[in-house]
Design a protein around this ligand. Sequence first.
Ligand SMILES: Nc1ncnc2c1ncn2[C@@H]1O[C@H](COP(=O)(O)OP(=O)(O)O)[C@@H](O)[C@H]1O
Ligand SMILES: [Mg+2]
Length: 317
Amino acid sequence: MEHTGLLDIHHLCVRYPCGKEILRDVSLHMHEGEIVCVIGESGCGKSTLLNAVLRLPRRVRISAGEVIYRGHNLLSLTEREMRSVRGTGLGVVFQEPGASLDPIRKIRVQFYEAMRAHERISRKASAEKAEEILGRMEFKDPRRVMESCPAQLSGGMNQRVATALAMVLKPDILLADEPTSALDVTVQAQIINELMRLRDEFGTCIVMITHDMGVVAKMADKVAVMYAGRVVEYGYRESVLRAPSHPYTRALMEAIPRLDGTFPKGIPGQMTETFPARGCAFAPRCPHTRKECISKEMQQISLHAEHWTLCREGEKT
Ligand SMILES: Nc1ncnc2c1ncn2[C@@H]1O[C@H](COP(=O)(O)OP(=O)(O)O)[C@@H](O)[C@H]1O
Ligand SMILES: [Mg+2]
């Protein structure tokens, strides 16, 4: 098994306590300074993947696999060791900003406590850093934001505060779950610029979950397409966007809303809630389904350097 990246996810399988299988055999390798966008319909397991890597919430059952970060399997660390990895090793912006923020504590205090947990820093120095970073997140009056509690701010403001809070610790890897979904386009563009600047200045690896193909086109180096708990296609952005191989990726591209908000073509049918024991979960919705799609287990088919797909259709191109 190769352990070569900054973060190597090997054959990760996740179930919820009810027994429901959510992730099946997910393998991804993240490198320093790389931005990987994870895309796929709602419910395909994107947030579960991020939570499993961070081992949050603890009730998620990881039934198989490894998550190797700097040579350590995160799945075998103690909770105490894991706490020291979260923050400066793996920073996170949760899909619900409420999950990263305490609703009734001042933002100034939350910045101080987050920084304090990882370095010796005075209240004054932490406030200066916080104000500086909030200023870059399109807040007109960062000082007022610092003296507010999240409960007094809008969802979009909290999303930006949570992103700033994760960024200020300069993590090796930033895991961000749809961090710009509640923002209007101009603010979104600024946040994306700040994330890319973080990568350029500090070599931060960013794993960005998004359903916005504009975000993918703007910032991704690589794209991972997920469907029903699996990564079905992976590769460099140019390669995946220009020559999508998996029928699901193609359907996803065709489903991109036009500028006027209309969908040229939705993806017919719905994602299955439970996975087939064998074969391709997309088969019931796929225009190219053949007998072996249902009877045979899927395997990675390599297309070009670091571009692979799980669909046999890919062999033909
Ligand atoms: N706590 C939970 N218990 C059981 N199933 C869950 C739980 N949280 C999420 N799920 C299920 O896991 C699947 C993947 O969810 P999620 O990771 O949130 O998808 P995404 O982020 O791609 O929208 C969904 O079918 C969802 O209903
Ligand atoms: Mg999600």
